[in-house]
Design a protein around this ligand. Sequence first.
Ligand SMILES: Nc1ncnc2c1ncn2[C@@H]1O[C@H](COP(=O)(O)OP(=O)(O)OP(=O)(O)O)[C@@H](O)[C@H]1O
Length: 306
Amino acid sequence: MAAIEIDGLTKQFGDVVAVNDLNLRIKEGEIFGFLGPNGAGKSTTIDILLDFIRPTSGAVRVLGHDAQREGEFVRRQIGVLPDGYQVYNRLTGRQHLEFVLEMKDVNEDPDALLERVRIADAADRKAGGYSKGMRQRLMLAMALVGDPNLLVLDEPSTGLDPNGAREMREIIREENQRGTTIFFSSHVMEQVEAVCDRVAIIDRGELVTVNSIDGLRDATETGEVLYVDVAELNNMSIEEVTRIDGVRTASIDDGRLRVTVADASKFVVLNAINANVIPVQDFSVVESSLEDLFVRYTNHAQEVQI
Ligand SMILES: Nc1ncnc2c1ncn2[C@@H]1O[C@H](COP(=O)(O)OP(=O)(O)OP(=O)(O)O)[C@@H](O)[C@H]1O
């Protein structure tokens, strides 16, 4: 059984087609990243999955149940970390969990849940005094009540510092190792790259690709970026590099020449730069980050947020 099955999903808001004939299968046990630039249709898809809004056409099954006809049942089966959450400032961390435990009629130790998200030592503090990262972990602990088989995380690392984001990744991995399927939306490329088994990229409501990170790299013409140290860079030399056979893009990145290569040897390109444009002092080859791939797939460089 797939954890999530999305079939021919379309959602229109008046003239705006937010999601257009989306088909997607998320397997049980996966960590699945749902990526797309702003306005791509990620939140709309998640809202349909949770039956907060109804699709124009198409169907969604979550853990084998129809998300629309059995919406309430589905919501009880899954844990959700919503985007734009709010804590109750005057309640402690433990009180937040006690509230959810009672609502869901679940008998679990709130402290053990807080331990899982590493804020057990702040159990008796009021959540109003928690940092952003601690609030996010508290929300995650609330999502973990009842040990759901599926976690839906909407932008789980937004606003977290690098340590907070790393810890969030570790918690996600730990929960996945307990057998939980994880579906998370993000436009934080590094986060997705570090933790996901597979990703789907959507753009303007349409599925652009679904693949593993390595698969995405293999499917593009080149998975590598060439960084070249040269004495002096200007727009003229960038122009000239762009005209070299096999060069797909050339730009200036942090004082270095950044070149992506298509259907050509990197060394042939390097030689051509050295011989015909500007002497090469040093170079390095870096595998494409998911961000590079994302930009290539969606062609919306300006909309990528990190
Ligand atoms: N209630 C609504 N009424 C009208 N248009 C809407 C509504 N909700 C979403 N849209 C439109 O649908 C499209 C998809 O929006 P959605 O919020 O799903 O994108 P997203 O991928 O989650 O974006 P972001 O990363 O910015 O949160 C956008 O063009 C948006 O303006």
